[in-house]
Design a protein around this ligand. Structure first.
Ligand SMILES: [Zn+2]
Length: 277
């Protein structure tokens, strides 16, 4: 696996961090790419910490979470919304109806559809709301998640397309890492590479459901993943794109697809990665 930064260095240089409470006895980090159809939804568990990143396009995520969480557990420590397009946001709003959300991390961008409902949910939930920008780190147990993009707060700004406003983050546990780049396209991929942002990771969530407008060769060289997970379902967008699939193959990356395998769980002890389909 790849590089390891000593934890103490990370602690010293973190300019901003959210600490999540709690404990448990299993040392493994579990990352499950939930089978929510055409959309992203990832559930991260480490000891008793639970983080949900995006919720897919609808209610399906609630059933998926029901399989991941125990019946009496109705709390999620952190919800991350990469960007408020419906295939990421709608499921998150469904989760708000069924679970207590303690913290929310999102970009604060202004958007049209569902804006009122989203703002109302945040206000009524009595949760801490954090606005993402590069350098933020979320520590939970002995793992952390670092925000790599956007590079500054987008709060209050509106955009024609929200894809490039996506939170790009990296989850690190020991020597293992996962890159979650939302739906950014090659423009932001190039920007991050040119800025020298460390994108290297063992596991890549295929960008924008495997779109041909993303997942470029330069990006794949930088990330250099062993595994790519494609979160897509039935769709009219041509996701995942044929060119992208060929690129993944050319780079010798193991491809895992939710549309073929259902939910996909990856486990790591900080050194090795294990797959459970
Ligand atoms: Zn999307």
């Amino acid at each position: 696996m790849k590089k390891l930064y000593p934890i103490f260095v990370i602690l010293i240089f973190s300019c901003f961090s959210i600490w999540l409470e709690v404990f448990n006895f299993n040392d493994e980090l579990k990352v499950t790419f939930l089978n929510v159809g055409q959309g992203d939804s990832i559930f991260i568990q480490k000891r008793n910490y639970q983080i949900l990143m995006d919720g897919g396009p609808g209610k399906r995520v609630v059933g998926e979470l029901g399989r991941e969480m125990s019946l009496w557990d109705r709390e999620i420590d952190l919800v991350i919304l990469s960007h408020p397009d419906h295939d990421h946001l709608n499921g998150v709003m469904e989760v708000f109806d069924d679970y207590v959300i303690k913290n929310v991390l999102w970009t604060g961008v202004v958007f049209d559809k569902s804006w009122e409902r989203w703002k109302e949910l945040l206000e009524n939930e009595d949760c801490n709301v954090f606005i993402a920008k590069r350098g933020m780190k979320i520590y939970f147990d002995d793992a952390y998640l670092e925000v790599l993009s956007p590079s500054y707060s987008l709060e209050g700004f509106s955009f024609e397309s929200l894809n490039n406003t996506s939170i790009v983050s990296k989850l690190v546990y020991g020597e293992t890492s996962f890159l979650f780049p939302g739906d950014i396209d090659k423009k932001v991929e190039g920007y991050l590479i040119n800025k020298g942002v460390d994108l290297e990771a063992d596991v890549l969530k295929a960008i924008h459901h495997g779109s041909n407008d993303s997942n470029g060769s330069r990006l794949l060289e930088e990330v250099n993943p062993d595994i790519v997970v494609i979160q897509s379902g039935k769709n009219n967008y041509g996701h995942p794109g044929e060119e992208t699939l060929r690129r993944f193959e050319k780079f010798g990356i193991n491809i895992l697809r939710n549309d073929a395998l259902g939910s996909i769980s990856l486990f790591t002890n900080g050194v090795n990665l294990f797959i459970k389909k």
